[in-house]
Write a protein that binds this ligand. Sequence first.
Ligand code: PGA
Length: 245
Amino acid sequence: MSTLGSMQIRVVDDVDFATVGADAVLSGLTGAGACLGVATGGTPLRLYRELAHRTECGAIDLSSVSVVALDEYVGLSSSDPRSYASYVHGCIAGPLRIDPAATFVPDGAAADPDAEAREYEATIVGLGGVDVQIAGLGTNGHLAFNEPGTPIDGPCHVVTLSERTRRDNARYFDRRGDVPLRAITQGLGTIRRARSIVLLASGAHKGPALAAALHGPVTTDVPASVLQTHPNVTVVADRAAAALL
Ligand code: PGA
């Protein structure tokens, strides 16, 4: 393990990625009623499987935890299998035996997405904030769906997705044109208020963004660089993603 400012950086073999990530998450989830912020990309899936395995074995009990998602596509209802609500319920809340009533995802089908974003911010505040936020990293340096140019202190808001992000996420849709144009996302200000953050990066394609986020200047051009300003961040990166560090 190494440190960079107040960040802890764990560069791990692929085989250890899920267990090291799960340990980092669990170390911040102390006490009943903790709040876990979840990312819904491909990277954390192994970590959720590891947590599910530990739940099945009886090694951990997360049933009193509440879960909040980072983001949701505008235009997809919670029953749409491509929605992040479906991901959260199918890959996280169900396997981790978390109460569906304690599981929060912005409503992508809301008639007024801007109002929904404001309500989602209020929901997170009402929960007492996030104890541990799991985050992935976009190849363009985005954090949740905060694309380059996003103010570093903003609340939950509606964002227009960049072409790069829509291309990266097209694999989850039948056609590239089906990828929604907009999303509701936690803002960088929302994410920075989490008491701890576990940033996951896997694969060589994340290398340039990870190096820019950790070693470059704090800039809105690389939204994940705001993590340098947070007091409690653990980065778990496999060797391919960490190659440029
Ligand atoms: P991924 O997405 O985990 O599917 O690579 C990360 C992100 O875009 O934030």
